[in-house]
Design a protein around this ligand. Sequence first.
Ligand code: 13P
Ligand code: SF4
Length: 307
Amino acid sequence: MKELIEKINNLKKEKNAVILAHCYQNAEIDEVADFVGDSLYLSQMAAKTDADIILFAGVYFMAQTAKILCPDKKVLLPNMNAGCEMADMINLKQLREFKAKYPDIPVVCYINSTAEVKSECDICCTSSNAVQIVDSIKSEKVLFLPDKNLGRWVEKQLQDTKVITYEGFCPIHHNITVEDVLRTKKENPGVKLLAHPECKEEVSSLADFVGSTTGIMNFVKNNSDKKYIIATEKGVVDRLKRDYPDKEFTLIKENLICESMKLNTLEDIYNSLNDETFEIKVDREISQKALKCIEKMLDVSKVGAAK
Ligand code: 13P
Ligand code: SF4
């Protein structure tokens, strides 16, 4: 493994490449990653980089977002089968039907969506800025897609905004039940539950903290508690265990694994950089429209971050 890591790091230098890795990736990928984080952080890093090649260790919509933000750069995804089941729950036809059912209402799309879908939405959001983005629209009603759970959670945080949600969800987070929460809390009395907002509303509402993958990691960083229950994909728990060996983390249930995220291996990353595969391409017109949707989000997030 050490040799492979060295070969990847040499290739990165030789080709002026940067590696962005999502928190759900296998932890060994951190050894070659320049930036590790949640969807918002990684899209901000993609927008800023002056590298010639961006290799995205994540899933397809993430690499596609990087390509939309950097149309003149080469963007690589190490494994073309790394998709997102939630993003695939809505296509352009379904989006148009949804909008037709609720005309003249602003449309917010979660970053976990295709470029085509983004190209016909008003503004994008990620799990870490969804509340801020919906709030920034200042509309009594908004359409929110594809994640109904995130949409419901956003509505609960905001008074006076009706969030009309599409019927999409993440199969991994949606699988977490109230029974899982009650059982784990009983087994770990007094231990805080940290949950991702892709969990069902009834699960999120029992959590002590709800936030993105980076949000959860930061919560642990900034708190002195020694034990936590985590309700998100296993990759976050693996990272937390590695970074805080003196703390204890309980994954709320077994098998919370996003198989797509785990497809990227160090071997794939080496081959991807070496052969410059698999290159992400986005139709120019769709890309320009989707860019407006993503840039609006980045502008709102920037203002929020400066406060
Ligand atoms: P983050 O915004 O926390 O990175 O979440 C993305 C995702 O796909 C979670 O399932
Ligand atoms: Fe998509 Fe869920 Fe995997 Fe995140 S965890 S990439 S939302 S399938």
